[in-house]
Ligand binder design. Structure first.
Ligand code: GLN
Length: 475
């Protein structure tokens, strides 16, 4: 039977058009993606589980497995949540449902979204559609692999230190980490609450903007959320006249950035100039020096407190024992993998009496400086541009035994996250035949600006989001 649609190439916007014009029914569309999942998910392991029936009147969506879905198991990639079936939808899942979107399934993630490769998932790693020997990035590698391989038109992920932006870069997708406070986290498995944000992954900037408009806005169930100061605008501009793009001077001397990534980044800047942008310097001296250590105190500290709730009583499996204390200890020992344990220990230490000021308190002060230096930089330029990830996708197993090497994947995505600012990653070319991501950072609530700049650049770059080895395929 001929496929209803070409899921590898179909954008969410085009899919919506097909449904609106009644050329394809929501159920047919859902079925086409399930077929593609049937073909490619065994290899890629993008989905942990799928939903067979389409309940909405619109197009499908994939949700990262940290987002609670009523009646559908939600594990956050952890054994400690195995079998946990939420009795309610996270606000973002509810908003997708209200918009008619049909849930295709839950995508793989590093355990509790802690990681940069999905290798920390208790259910095994996902693989990169461009080359299955490589990681898709993380923690939202399942989403990224799904969108890139045509297993979903779009998806929602979470980004604490880079988990939307970095996998988007490594799989050739567009990903947005929104301004802190614009999207509800109610019903999302918490990692580090002062950093976690939910955001879209898709093939185009317009799709990302569209999905952002569905999920953003105040939610009475999440007191950190606010109403957007202006409605989301779908970008259509082709020029960048007058846009001031700042490249942090510190990028120049960062040895972690691969030459091929640098070359693709430079080319994108050249295109930006041709589109009328002014590309200049800006300064973020604290960000690339202290951003990582600052994040790796704050995020584990908050995680150690958030993960205290997994006690064998409220969620998931329990290991029975003679006493309550022993039951909790054994449940946590058996339920958590190595990375969450490492973070719980780091975080508990950083928060402990006598060390709090020296570690957590100090990191908070550095964070204030970092917020300030971003504000100052964004007073002289409109957007900041950097590569999203210092490297392209790397082989599975390469960094798995070296936590510090894995942490370094987020060198460029962490600073603006600490500052609460929005960041958009778009594919800007290939290096070693693998996608390179360009990260655009803007001021608080500057999403529309990022969409405009990202869209114009995306058109000029003309990146083909279909992984090379699938280009001959029909679906
Ligand atoms: N890789 C980073 C970490 O391990 C970021 C993860 C994320 O954004 N969820 O903490």
């Amino acid at each position: 039977m001929a496929p209803v649609v070409d899921t590898l190439r179909l954008t969410a916007e085009d899919a919506l058009g097909l449904v609106e014009r009644r050329e394809v029914s929501p159920a047919e569309l859902h079925g086409a993606y399930l077929e593609a999942i049937g073909e490619r998910n065994d290899e890629l392991h993008a989905y942990l589980r799928t939903v067979e029936t389409a309940e909405g009147a619109s197009i499908p969506i994939a949700l990262k497995d940290v987002i609670s879905t009523k009646g559908v198991e939600t594990t956050a990639g952890s054994k400690i949540l195995e079998g946990y079936v939420p009795v309610f939808d996270a606000t973002v899942a509810a908003r997708c449902k209200a918009a008619g979107l049909t849930l295709l399934g839950k995508t793989n993630t590093d355990e509790f979204a802690m990681g940069s490769s999905t290798e920390n998932s208790a259910w095994g790693p996902s693989r990169n559609p461009w080359d299955p020997a490589l990681v898709p990035g993380g923690s939202g590698g399942g989403n990224a692999a799904a969108v890139s391989a045509g297993l979903a038109p779009w998806g929602l992920g979470s980004d604490t230190g880079g988990s939307i932006k970095q996998p988007s870069a490594l799989c050739g997708n567009v990903g947005l980490r929104p301004t802190y406070g614009t999207v509800s986290r109610f019903g999302v498995v918490a990692f580090a609450s002062s950093l976690d944000q939910i955001g879209p992954v898709a093939k185009t900037v317009r799709d990302v903007a569209l999905l952002y408009s569905i999920i953003a806005g105040r939610d009475p169930y999440d007191s950190t959320t606010v109403e957007l100061p202006e409605p989301v605008q779908l970008p259509d501009a082709e020029r960048l006249d007058g846009l001031r793009i700042g490249v942090p001077t510190q990028i120049e001397s960062l040895e972690a950035i691969e030459p091929g990534v640098r070359a693709a980044f430079e080319q994108a800047l050249e295109l930006a100039r041709e589109l009328g942008a002014e590309v200049g310097d800006c300064d973020l001296p604290i960000s690339y020096r202290y951003g990582m250590p600052c994040y790796y105190l704050i995020a584990p500290a908050e995680a150690s407190s958030n993960l205290a709730r997994y006690d064998g009583v409220r969620f998931g499996p329990r290991t029975e024992a003679a006493t309550y204390r022993e039951m909790v200890e054994r449940t946590r020992d058996e339920g958590f993998g190595a990375e969450p344990k490492r973070r719980i220990m780091l975080g508990t230490y950083a928060l402990s009496a006598g060390y709090y000021d020296a570690f957590y308190g100090q990191a908070q002060k550095v964070r204030t400086l970092l917020i300030r230096e971003h504000r100052e930089a964004l007073a002289t330029v409109d957007v900041i541009a950097t590569p999203t990830s210092p490297t392209v996708a790397f082989p599975i197993g390469d960094k798995a035994a070296d936590p510090l090497a894995m942490y370094a994947c987020d060198l460029l995505t962490i600073p603006s996250n600490l500052a609460g600012l929005p960041g958009l990653s778009i594919p800007c070319g290939l290096s070693d035949e693998l996608p390179v991501g360009l990260q655009l950072l803007g001021p608080q609530f500057g999403e529309n600006l990022l969409f405009r700049a990202g869209h114009a650049l995306e058109r000029a770059i003309g990146f083909d989001t279909v992984p090379t080895r699938f280009r001959g395929a029909r679906t």
